[in-house]
Design a protein around this ligand. Structure first.
Ligand SMILES: *Cc1c(COP(=O)(O)O)cnc(C)c1O
Length: 234
């Protein structure tokens, strides 16, 4: 079941890449595992390992956790099985716990948080700056017109490497609205690289419902939950 859903998502990503004239290998897949059990996550990772054995051109899926509490609970059980990113908000008092189990923080949205990560990181830490491209009040992330300056400042901190930008797409049925948000993230990334942060090549954007739009606009990492795991348990 999970293996079929995962294969479906892989096909969607690959088709979207081909449609955009891109190499499917340039789009990695991250499993957004919030509220899912360790057993189910392990099942997905095992299915991924089998798929990669059949097709060596595939790259391993990543795991993304939203809440530090869940990251800490599942971290020990997933250690060695997957590369884990934090994709949800990080409070400064939880930085140590997050760094213990995540090798990348995709949700940097302030210089204050970046400072704390820089002070605590024991080895070079990959981070993404999260941008609120839709301007929706419920969404985390820095405003688009502040994103390049923030990312440049974060990149200057010791121990941090800005790998790229991350966003959660607009919640809209109008695909042109969603897509223009992803186009905005891409143009901010291009600006950031041109301004000298050459490590910032990645675009983490696109979820189960809209990954095609994100891949069309250059996503290098799509974060998929429900399309692989089904509806989330509460
Ligand atoms: C839940 C979540 C996803 C995946 O959402 P789906 O619609 O279930 O694919 C991606 N990114 C973030 C930050 C999330 O919280």
């Amino acid at each position: 079941m999970i293996a079929e859903r995962l294969a479906d998502v892989r096909r969607r990503v690959a088709q979207a890449a081909l449609d955009a004239g891109r190499d499917p290998a340039d789009v990695r897949l991250l499993l957004a595992t919030k509220t899912q059990s360790v057993d189910l996550v392990r099942e997905a990772l095992a299915a991924d390992a089998r798929a990669r054995a059949d097709d060596p051109t595939l790259t391993a899926v990543l795991v993304g956790e939203n809440r530090v509490q869940e990251l800490v609970a599942k971290g020990p059980e997933l250690a060695g099985l997957a590369t884990v990113h934090l994709i949800g908000p990080l409070q400064s008092n939880k930085v140590n716990a997050a760094l213990r189990w995540a090798s990348c923080i995709e949700s940097v949205e302030s210089l204050d948080l970046a400072d704390r990560l820089s002070a605590r990181a024991t080895e070079p830490l990959d981070v993404y700056v999260q941008v609120n491209v839709s301007g929706e009040e419920t969404k985390h992330g820095v405003a688009p017109d502040e994103a390049v300056a923030l990312a440049g400042a974060v990149a200057a901190l010791p121990g941090l490497r800005v790998a790229g930008l991350m966003t959660i797409g607009a919640r809209s049925d109008d695909t042109s609205v969603v897509r223009s948000g992803y186009a905005l993230l891409r143009s901010l990334r291009d600006e950031l690289v041109a301004a000298g942060t050459q490590t910032a090549t990645e675009l983490s954007m696109g979820m189960s419902g809209d990954l095609e739009l994100a891949v069309a606009e250059g996503a290098t990492l799509v974060r998929v939950g429900s399309a692989v795991f089904g509806a989330r348990p509460r």
